[in-house]
Each structure stands twice: as structure tokens, then as C-alpha cells.
Design a protein around this ligand. Sequence first.
Ligand code: C2E
Ligand code: CA
Ligand code: CA
Length: 388
Amino acid sequence: MGHHYGDVLLQMIAHRLQNTDFGISATFARLGDTFVTVIYNDKLKEIKSDVIIEKIFSVFKQPFITEYQSVNLDINIGIAEYPKDGGDADTLIKSGYSALYAAKRIGINTYQYNTPSIKKLVIDEFKLQNQLYEALANDEFILHYQPIVNLKTGNITSVEALIRWQHPEKGLLLPGDFLAIAEQTNLINSIGEWVIQEVCRFINKYQFILPVSINISINQLNEVYDLTDYINKTLAQFNIKHELIQFEITENMMMYNIERISSILQNLKNQNFRILLDDFGTGFSSFSYLKYFYPDFIKIDKSFVQNVMHSTKDAAITRTIIRISHDLGSIVIAEGVEKIEQLRFLRNADCDAIQGYFISRPLPADHLIQFYSSNTKLKSTTVKSHLL
Ligand code: C2E
Ligand code: CA
Ligand code: CA
């Protein structure tokens, strides 16, 4: 919203802080991207730091109303104590950063003290971050592919590419172990490019004829990076048709900047790429996004699918998502299908396709190819027999 808006907001915050009685002398300052509060708590026994922290949080509880609009600000606080966490300013600030990092990991509007375990967490993640850089250079990433099966025909209709990291010491790591760290750096764009290249190599090597779904992260759609350009270059290099590539974006990504993201997605759609809205139903206003953008596919989040047998609410939400998606002309895929009962429920609810351990776990490329050919060539196939 521009520097001017930021300045106005900072002035409002400063004003509120000045008018808050912390019961103790406190100095607030800006230090790069973060803010530092120095509290000279020589009355430590009388005023607990928790009380001061609560007061700082209370300053941000009410929205800030500027001439443009009202904004709610979320904050995180990391706490370091002198001399326990550092005898000089540099060390103390570093300890504060570690604690802040840990607080951010817990969620918005949280605070953390600096502890030995937090120190270890930060060091471990820093190490992992460095290893991630090397991982790209050393070709340690691999893609697994999970089949998606049409519920009416039993045929595999597409596959989703899911990244794994063959870590030299820790073994095979799942995205949950490293993607968040990659997102914090620019690495996510390089990893994203690697995924696109690897998918193209896969299609090209096996002359694969089904569409492959690629997960895209929000940072790959930022203003300065031209993802579409990279995709087009890579597809041309491997001589691959646009129809063979699908992009999965999570519903939550839409809320960052719905107009801009919708226009990037529409642009991809216009070039014959198909777009899938992932984790559907988990966001704040799932259905409202559909006013801005029609995805080709909607993927119902596994949290609903896994409860359809036990929760009448999740069953009702699942049925509703399927109905509305169909009304809007989207194809519905249910993810996380592990049990035959879930499959039957989804078929009765008119869901189009499923993905999940019940059909197959994500597989290395050569295993996926084997799985695919055994399910297309044989008469009584593994997948089809599940559907009888
Ligand atoms: P997602 O896109 O929602 O992918 C589905 C996740 O559910 C995958 O986890 C998959 O292994 C898992 N899954 C599939 N079937 C079942 C099932 O029947 N039961 C259960 N419990 N889980 C099932 P995975 O591979 O750990 O990936 C986690 C997330 O990481 C993905 O969630 C996606 O958001 C992200 N991700 C994966 N690969 C990439 C990538 O190449 N780029 C980006 N940006 N994100 C990726
Ligand atoms: Ca996905
Ligand atoms: Ca998902």
C-alpha cells in the first residue's frame, strides 16, 4: 500500500505505545524489519515480564483506522533477558531473534522466551536451510507421483507430482520437513523451477500421456518473478504440450491478492493449462473465491474426506462442495481416500475422481509407470476391482 501508508501506520502505533502505561521504563525502536523493545526491568520482582508483554499485545488488539481503511495487525514477540541470554547488545538481540523465530513457528500473536531448546531449533533449521541450497546443487530432490482415478471408469486420469528430499543424513524427507524453510528464502522459486523441469523430463522420458499436476506456492506468484515465462520456456525445451501440465494452487493463496492471482491463473488457463484449487474447504471464505475465478478442478481437502463416515457435518460439507463445484462446471477430486467406505460415500455423492492411499501412495517415477501400465493393460485391474 506504499510507504506513506506504512508511515501513517507507524505513527499511529507509536502514539498508542506512548499512551500506554507499562508501569516501567520501556524504549521502542525499529531495527531493520523488526522492532525492538528495551525494558529496563530492574523491578523484576514487582512487575513480571508477562504483564508487560500482555500490555504490548493489547496495544495491537484494536484495529488501526486510517483515512484509507481499517487494518488489524498481528504481532509476534521474542524475549531475551540480560545477562542470562547475552551480556552485550548484539548477543541479546540475536537471542531475541531466536525466540521470535520460535514464536512465529507457533502462530500469530504469540510470544516466546529464549531457551536452550529454542536455540537448538534455530541452529538446526539454519543448518537445514544451508543444506537445502546444497540439495539443489547435489540433485538430492526427487518427485513421487500419485495417481488420480476417475470414479466412474476406474481409469487413472492424471497424476500429482509431490516433492521429496533424499537427505544425506536424515533419509527421505517429506515436504512438511523442509518446504516451510524453503519458503522463507528465495529457494522456493529455484525448487519450483526444478519441479517443473523434472516433470517435463518425466513426461518426455516415458512419453507419458496423462496430465501431471504440479503444486505451486504463493511465493512463485510474486510480482517480480515471471513463472509463466519459465514454464513456457521449459515446455518448449522438452517439446511438451500445455494440456499435459496442470497447476495446483491452494485456496489460501487466493486471499493474498485475489485480483492479481486470479489474473495470473486466468492467463495460464488461456494458454491451455488447467488449474486446480487444492485443499478446498479449509480457507476462510472458500466459496467466495469461486466468484473471481473458475478452476477446472476442485480438490476437497482430506480433512473432510477422512471424516465422512463419522461426522454428519463433514459428510454434508463434502456433498455440498461436490454439488456447487458441479454447478460451476468444475471437476471434483477427493484427496486422502484411505478406505473403501470413503470411496463408496464419494461415489454416491457423485464425486468425479479420487486420490489417496486406497488407490496408491505417491510412487517413484518407474513404479508409477508400472502401476499405470498394469492398470491400463490388464482386464481385471487393481484399480477397477476396487470400484466393483
Ligand atoms: P497436497 O498438495 O495437499 O498433497 C497431498 C498430500 O497428501 C501429500 O503429502 C500426499 O502424500 C498426502 N496423501 C495422499 N494420499 C493420502 C492419503 O490417503 N492419506 C493421507 N493421510 N495423506 C495422503 P506430501 O507429499 O507430504 O505433501 C504435502 C504438501 O506439500 C502437499 O500437500 C503440497 O502442498 C506440498 N508440496 C508437495 N510437493 C510440492 C511441490 O513440488 N511444490 C510445492 N510448492 N509444494 C509441494
Ligand atoms: Ca496438491
Ligand atoms: Ca491437498
